[in-house]
Design a protein around this ligand. Sequence first.
Ligand code: NOJ
Length: 572
Amino acid sequence: MAIDVAPRADGPADTPVPQRDWWRDAVVYQVYPRSFADGDGDGTGDLMGIGDRLPALAELGVDAVWLSPFYPSPQRDGGYDVSDYCDVDPAFGTLADLDRVVDVAHAHGLRVIIDLVPNHCSSDHPMFRAALAAPPDSRERARFHFRDGRGEHGELPPNDWQSHFGGSAWTRVTEPDGRPGQWYLHLFDPTQPDFNWDSEDVLTFFDEVLDFWLARGVDGFRVDVAHALVKAPGLPDWGGRADGASSPGFPGHEAPMFDQPGVHAVYERWRERLERWGPDRILCAEANVAPLERAAKWVRPREMHQAFNFAYLHAPWDAVALRRVIDESLAAFGGVGAPSTWVLSNHDVVRHATRFALVDAAHVAHGHGFRADTPLDPERGERRARAATALMLALPGAVYLYQGEELGLPEVLDIPDDQRHDPYFLRSGGAVVGRDGCRVPIPWEAHAPAYGFNGSGSSWLPQPAQWARYARDVQGAEPTSTLALYTHALATRKVLGLGAGSLRWVRADEPAVLAFVNGEVLVVANLSDHPVPAEADEIVLESVPGAVSDGLLAPDATAWFRAPAGTGLTEG
Ligand code: NOJ
């Protein structure tokens, strides 16, 4: 199992100017490698494509990129089923291509965060294959959660836990002698066996994985399902959620597979390990726990640097709810000395331009895909998405953007069933639509094959016929485009230091209006259905052209004004 952690022979290019705490106000752009840019034209995005397109991200004005998994994988869950943690899947290229991505990124002042998947591996991983070949009670099996089944002949799963993708979280194996044998735990697909983090072998294996990538020059890790590594001793039955459902469920419910106290020792160990490589390599937790104070435990001073803000991601377009989640985020993360993070979209949720287009917001709050017949108002969705982005980019803390949101891309709802890949769809027999709709290859050029995703025109998921209008080249030439809004907002955020700033609410006359001051900027977001007064001398940014007119801010719009120095604003 030993991993060669020798640094690259050529040595990684210099990191951008070392800067302690760069992550506190960073804007991180998530690249989903299959769908960003395809260098070899086979229809699947790759590292060569990413390397070629990085200058566009530097131009956009982000500080870092996060690469979703590119490791060798049977791709049963979009690469979150890793069969080799220290290599690149041939579909995405080679280690040399990854090195080039790191070098090109650094040359453009961008840091590179990669996805680490420590809760589970692929059932094709050599460690799991060795476990299958080894007897019960062996050291190989102890690296995973193998148990005898219940029932007279061990024919029932060891406990009542459910997989996220549907069905039991346990699968029975056929022992090497051909008889039905033990069961193994998989919180996700059966091809994603959970590691046992009580095993010293697992701990040291991931130490080496971290060193392997740090030696190649990466700037940090986004840690997948960071709340699930340690399970409650004895893997007790869990009667299900308060609503009676038996699925593991998510925030707010104590669950024996999430948020166990022992998990934090793993991240303290990793933090210490990262710091051996210098002060500015980071860890970001995908810890989907609630309330926010619980998520903040992942970013206590000796643990990770950032944690995703799921409460913000799932907040509706509603002033009271947004103000509450902003306050709670700043208090919870600030309480442990960490910055809050903010996010509106990622590869697991319906794109926010489509979430905010729901005619009936109660229809589906977020989640794993919308059906093609979901009633939507796309114009309203686009308008609200721009307003939400303008609000988010004025908040103090770090921001995560998902590829394509800077183009205002909507979710693709009409992917034919036989072209869908997501295990949510496949394992539920289509009952759950799944996440393919936010993973469609993004458009670069309006009049090129596959909209410039590659030169061949092929695409692993079909791109909609009407996507030319979203292409980057079209929007780059249009001063009022969504791309222009992102570019302007990111540049202004940086120049005015909003990410490192602070937030002071000011009184708004209407409950559906949010208004706050951050440094030199007064931010007003109108979430009501009518224009509201918004007077200030200088407009710094409008979420849509003409949002402010005759002293009124239009509905579903956000504006940044030059804050009148110290006067005229009452605490709100
Ligand atoms: C969270 C990832 O974001 C998601 O895409 C994946 O399916 C699960 N973790 C399992 O790794």
